[in-house]
Ligand binder design. Structure first.
Ligand SMILES: CC(C)(COP(=O)(O)OP(=O)(O)OC[C@H]1O[C@@H](n2cnc3c(N)ncnc32)[C@H](O)[C@@H]1OP(=O)(O)O)[C@@H](O)C(=O)NCCC(=O)NCCS
Length: 159
């Protein structure tokens, strides 16, 4: 696939729950080694809320927005946003890494936040994605270790 690949970004629907959950879990397990260092307890902590039940709630709850990026028939990424501008999900399928998926999804999430009249977006970044978010205008202000031993950096961007 070329790096010039374009993606269709669309709101997730209820029948995306299984594929979206699986994509997010693979993205964490396979791409976030800088965070979990393949340590089972940390991987487990990162996956603990990435369940089909939660994905269904994130997709179906009014005021919560989940988008998927598709390359033809294949789901290539999943992004999520709350009604107050917190980016809760931004995950690329391992096979599509560094092919523009997260950039396209993040732009769609920020567009949605602007459409809602929000002044900024906030997120808690993995170490894996921190450089990505910095390059997109997010600034970190707080680094904490969570209950499972993972570093998490709070970042915001003025829209
Ligand atoms: C790092 C990551 C977010 C990049 O997303 P992607 O869809 O693979 O890549 P994209 O093509 O959309 O973005 C490329 C950008 O990533 C950044 N990038 C490039 N190499 C990188 C690396 N090794 N590590 C981190 N960021 C990198 C650059 O800013 C690059 O922008 P540029 O092309 O303008 O230089 C993704 O690969 C990843 O690891 N995701 C894991 C899940 C995760 O941590 N999500 C965030 C939850 S808060």
């Amino acid at each position: 696939m070329s790096s010039g690949q374009s993606y269709v970004i669309r709101p997730a629907a209820s029948d995306d729950v299984a594929a979206a959950t699986s994509l997010v879990r693979r993205s964490i397990a396979e791409l976030c080694q800088a965070d979990h260092h393949n340590m089972a307890a940390i991987v487990e902590g990162m996956l603990i809320n990435k369940t089909p039940e939660n994905m269904q709630a994130w997709i179906e709850t009014p005021g919560s927005y989940v988008f998927v990026a598709e390359a033809g028939p294949i789901m290539a990424g999943v992004g999520g946003l709350t009604g107050d501008g917190e980016i809760t999900l931004l995950y690329v399928a391992p096979d599509f890494r560094f092919q523009g998926v997260s950039k396209a999804l993040l732009a769609a999430l920020e567009d949605k936040a602007r459409e809602m009249g929000l002044p900024n977006c906030a997120l808690v970044s993995t170490d894996t994605a921190q450089r990505f978010f910095e390059a997109r205008g997010y600034a970190g202000y707080d680094k904490n270790e969570d209950d499972f031993g993972m570093d998490a950096t709070s970042m915001t961007k003025n829209l």
